[in-house]
Design a binder for this molecule. Structure first.
Ligand SMILES: Cc1cc2nc3c(=O)[nH]c(=O)nc-3n(C[C@H](O)[C@H](O)[C@H](O)COP(=O)(O)OP(=O)(O)OC[C@H]3O[C@@H](n4cnc5c(N)ncnc54)[C@H](O)[C@@H]3O)c2cc1C
Length: 306
């Protein structure tokens, strides 16, 4: 990576050695060697196109709610996606929310609800950006991005600017065609379907989902669900059934409230997370034969941990 090339292109926008922990929900991990904020979709696309052309490695950071950054940090350019423009297009039953990919999903869903549009109530409880949710097919309470995405605008490394529909996104449980081809595309904006609904019913549903979260999920820094649910079962139920709630490594604990949530008690390192995740994974496999698959991504250099 040639720093001169980066400085020439990005000048004052380029920051060095930026700590990432506070830009993630787990609040652990080291620094980004190089760091850029992208404030709108056009800038995000231009930055990515330049880095591809120069073959400089980079990582797109949304809200950091589905990643674990290593203590060693990230030896590439981290682009923090702050492209967050949202607008509602009101066309009866063909209405939609048009959001840049760095918009907060909860904000987009709440804006639709406040204007009396139904469809995105499930999304008012999921942390993260629209881009992160489109990439990973985020979902809750029986709904997911797969059912609500109309179109997504992307920049693809080999194919240029494209608009993809849901089918072309190749969605499956917490995955998409883009996630299966990491680093090959950046999501610029998305169009999410909504339709006119009953304001009171929408409010009720949002309150119900939010109350359910508060009852079943712990507060505190974490990466959300640590493992994907194996077919026909729940990772939390399996971990709980083995008596692993409360298990600790360093500053991370398997939550006593929900066994699939591993909470940073304040002093955790990324290494603590890594070790606890592997400990739980190993015990579950030994006792049940089930190999739990992480729902989050490891980012950065993990060689020392392996
Ligand atoms: C407390 C808590 C509760 C959660 N509950 C749920 C839940 O109910 N359901 C659920 O599905 N998830 C849940 N999650 C996980 C997380 O919120 C989602 O996966 C979310 O969609 C991730 O978005 P993000 O912006 O934080 O992505 P990040 O964590 O920043 O990034 C995740 C991945 O997406 C890629 N990415 C992000 N933006 C772009 C883009 N514009 N273009 C290309 N790639 C991109 C990143 O490069 C990275 O590979 C929860 C997490 C927490 C902490």
């Amino acid at each position: 990576m040639d720093e001169k090339v980066l400085l020439k292109r990005f000048a004052q926008r380029l920051k060095k050695d930026v700590p990432l922990a506070n830009l993630t929900t787990a609040k652990v991990g080291g620094a980004a060697r190089y760091f850029l904020n992208a404030v709108n979709a056009a800038q995000l696309a231009e930055d990515v196109a330049f880095l591809w052309a120069e073959e400089i490695p980079f990582f797109i950071l949304g809200s950091g709610s589905n990643i674990l950054v290593s203590d060693a940090g990230v030896d590439c350019v981290v682009i923090h996606n702050k492209a967050n423009h949202i607008h509602l297009v009101e066309k009866g039953d063909s209405s939609y929310v048009q959001a840049e990919s760095g918009a907060i999903l909860i904000t987009a869903a709440r804006q639709a609800a406040l204007r009396g549009y139904t469809g995105l109530e499930w999304a008012t409880t999921i942390p993260g950006t629209v881009g992160g949710a489109v990439y990973g097919n985020a979902g809750a309470y029986g709904a997911s991005m797969q059912q609500h995405l109309l179109l997504v605008d992307i920049l693809h490394r080999g194919k240029g600017c494209l608009s993809l529909n849901t089918e072309q996104m190749g969605y499956s449980y917490r995955s998409s065609a883009l996630k299966r081809e990491p680093g090959m595309a950046v999501i610029l904006s998305a169009r999410l379907a909504i339709k006119k609904g009953d304001k009171e019913r929408i409010k009720e549903l949002i309150n119900e989902f939010s109350a359910r979260r508060k009852q079943t999920q712990p507060p505190g820094p974490c990466i959300g669900s640590t493992f994907k649910n194996p077919a026909g079962d729940s990772a939390g139920r399996i971990i709980d059934s083995l008596g692993l709630k409360g298990t600790r490594v360093g500053g991370v604990q398997v939550s006593p409230v929900h066994a699939n949530f591993f909470v940073n008690e304040g002093s955790a390192s990324a290494r603590d997370y890594y070790d606890l995740i592997h400990l739980v994974q190993r015990i579950v496999e030994e006792k049940t034969g089930i190999k739990l698959e992480p729902e989050f991504e490891l980012i950065g250099d993990w060689k020392e941990q392996a």
